[in-house]
Ligand binder design. Structure first.
Ligand code: URA
Length: 439
């Protein structure tokens, strides 16, 4: 088979056969198809899309291109379920959600990603915890999930290697924004992780890859329908990314917010809603609960009783972090030398959340290039939610920077990303929609 014929088929609006898709996936995994041909095909898919059958075939073929985890030998006493977010700014939900879901009877083997574009990455945040190993072998990963109920680790090269290569090529050829390609990319890794069920957090708004509710809903429906082909029960929440989620952005600062949340000391309302909303869906999609109100109460109890905090502590210690991290996190997390408030006047009306994410990159807390080493201490804390009246007493945020110059630049960038006005805007919900496959 000639790969040029595969490209030509898609360029002319045709449908790729099962054999053509398998040829593509084999050539991605063994690198026999060069990047320029892969990128030409990816661009043709961006323009001409894929049918449901093509998307499902691509997903299943990429899922089988490497190791597929099997949890059946582990004698787990609950379902194996994960959550995946399409990417946001200040999104530290995974660190609370995994132990809460584990406290409610789930097993959560979470394989997370690094920061992508302006969005933060769970793997980078985990590395703010000294000693925490985000790349254990599969035997250790399985043991931690079995013993504590959850483990959050980074991407491995063994799971869905065809997607790893396709994704790297899409990232540098402006071909990420395609519903079938995103569907296949996310699900191939989740199917390879051997899950029984999945909950998707599809973000929409100024800090998300999906800018409109229509696109977000389309992606959610595509993921749910394609996952069903692989017997992976999936629900999706469409959640707001028109402002930072929670009070902090930046790796160590976000982990400090996670600790305060799990210690039940400070639970910012929007962060709490998204975290518990996704946990509830994990209990519903796995059949552990049928009633969402009862599920929410159970998840809330996991926080207030301290059970989720205990599980988080056990997971951190089992993956090499300090045994007393939850009690003494302040002593362990990196601190920036320059810390000062940023002031503005009036009601905070809108936030260009992508601009906030880009300000973090400029501070050194995110990457311009793959492989760049991060300054985990930098970022913004005490971020004011939209609607806050800002004045000399109430800052827009507190910047944490490596130098006075970096802090001054971050102030300019944050102020440029935020608008104020003379009246508070109407409150908007943080969870827009729940898709459970029946729509
Ligand atoms: N996350 C992924 O893993 N793949 C995509 O294509 C987009 C987001």
């Amino acid at each position: 088979m000639l790969f040029t014929d595969v490209i030509r088929t898609k360029r002319d609006g045709g449908e790729l056969s099962d054999e053509q898709i398998q040829f593509l996936v084999d050539g991605l995994a063994d690198e026999s198809i060069p990047a320029e041909q892969v990128s030409a095909l990816a661009m043709a898919v961006v323009f001409n899309s894929m049918s449901f059958d093509e998307t499902a075939n691509l997903t299943l073929a990429m899922a089988s291109s490497g190791t597929v985890l099997d949890w059946s030998q582990e004698e787990l006493d609950g379902p194996v379920v994960d959550k995946h977010s399409t990417g946001g700014v200040g999104d530290k939900v995974s660190f609370m959600l995994a132990p809460i879901a584990a406290a409610c009877g789930c097993h959560v083997p979470m394989i997370s990603g690094r920061g992508l574009g302006h969005t933060g990455g769970t793997t980078d945040k985990a590395e703010a915890i000294p000693g925490y190993n985000t790349a254990p072998d599969f035997a250790t990963f399985k043991k931690v999930v079995r013993d504590t109920g959850c483990a959050i680790i980074g991407q491995t090269s063994d799971l869905a290697p065809a997607d790893r290569r396709l994704y790297a090529i899409r990232d540098v050829t402006a071909t990420v924004e395609s519903v079938p390609l995103i569907t296949a990319s996310i699900l191939s890794k989740k199917i390879a992780a051997g899950l029984n069920a999945l909950v998707m957090d599809v973000k929409v708004g100024s800090g998300a890859f999906m800018k409109s509710p229509e696109r977000a809903n389309k992606l959610a429906q595509s993921i749910i329908a394609t996952a069903a082909k692989a017997n992976l029960r999936t629900h999706a929440l469409i959640t707001d990314m028109n402002q930072v989620l929670g009070l902090t952005v930046g790796n160590a600062l976000e982990i400090q917010e996670v600790v305060a949340y799990l210690r039940n000391e400070r639970r910012e309302a929007r962060l709490d809603d998204v975290t518990l909303g996704l946990c509830v869906e994990m209990l519903v999609v796995t059949g552990l609960e049928t009633d969402r109100d009862a599920a929410r109460q159970r998840c809330d109890d996991a926080v207030t009783s301290g059970r989720a905090a205990e599980i988080f502590s056990a997971m951190v210690a089992a993956l090499g972090g300090p045994a007393d991290f939850l009690e003494n996190s302040e002593a362990y997390l990196a601190k920036a030398p320059v810390v000062r408030p940023i002031h503005a006047n009036g009601y905070l009306t809108t936030v260009n959340t992508r601009g906030v994410g880009n300000a973090i990159i400029e501070l050194g807390g995110g990457r311009h290039r793959v492989g760049e080493v991060l300054d985990l201490s930098v970022g913004f804390s005490d971020m004011a939610p939209i609607g806050t009246l800002l004045d000399a007493e109430t800052p827009l945020a507190v910047v944490h920077a490596a130098s006075e110059d970096a802090a001054a630049q971050a102030e300019i960038n944050l102020l440029a990303a935020c608008a104020t006005g003379s009246a508070a805007p109407a409150e908007s919900p943080v969870i827009y929609e729940i898709h459970s496959g029946e729509d």
